[in-house]
Design a protein around this ligand. Structure first.
Ligand SMILES: Cc1cc2nc3c(=O)[nH]c(=O)nc-3n(C[C@H](O)[C@H](O)[C@H](O)COP(=O)(O)OP(=O)(O)OC[C@H]3O[C@@H](n4cnc5c(N)ncnc54)[C@H](O)[C@@H]3O)c2cc1C
Length: 98
């Protein structure tokens, strides 16, 4: 286990395929600190390819597929901050601004 990560926070900017899978894999690899995922999009992270295929030709708005069920984020203690755009990051201070 990554004991030294216990009091660290990992901030992921972008809750798309790459960002969300990174967050879950980080937890799986043993990251013990907080994991915060930010995205400008207020929706639960979803699969995008169907948007330009099945979704566009369907009347059914409910066919959008989330990447992972909401419960998984809770189980893995991944905090989603949706509808929030990161405007700037400060590498030296290790901070970010929405
Ligand atoms: C309509 C559509 C159809 C697609 N079809 C296919 C397909 O058929 N085959 C295929 O391989 N790929 C397809 N893709 C692309 C694929 O879904 C992924 O979008 C692509 O692979 C890139 O994924 P990604 O996770 O790296 O980032 P992206 O999908 O580019 O997502 C980046 C995320 O970061 C967020 N973000 C960026 N900057 C900030 C910021 N400053 N603050 C907060 N949030 C931020 C954005 O809101 C976004 O959700 C499609 C995409 C779209 C939109």
């Amino acid at each position: 286990m990554l004991e030294h990560t216990k009091h660290k926070t990992c901030v992921v900017i972008g809750a798309s395929h790459a960002g969300v899978n990174f967050a879950f894999n980080l937890r799986r690899e043993g990251w013990q600190g907080d994991i915060l995922v930010f995205d400008s999009d207020p929706e639960m992270p979803y699969h995008r390819p169907p948007l330009s295929k099945t979704y566009i030709t369907s009347e059914d708005d409910s066919i959008i597929d989330t990447l992972f069920p909401e419960q998984n984020y809770k189980t893995d203690a991944i905090t989603l901050n949706l509808g929030k755009t990161i405007l700037a990051i400060n590498k030296h201070e290790k901070s970010s601004r929405c």
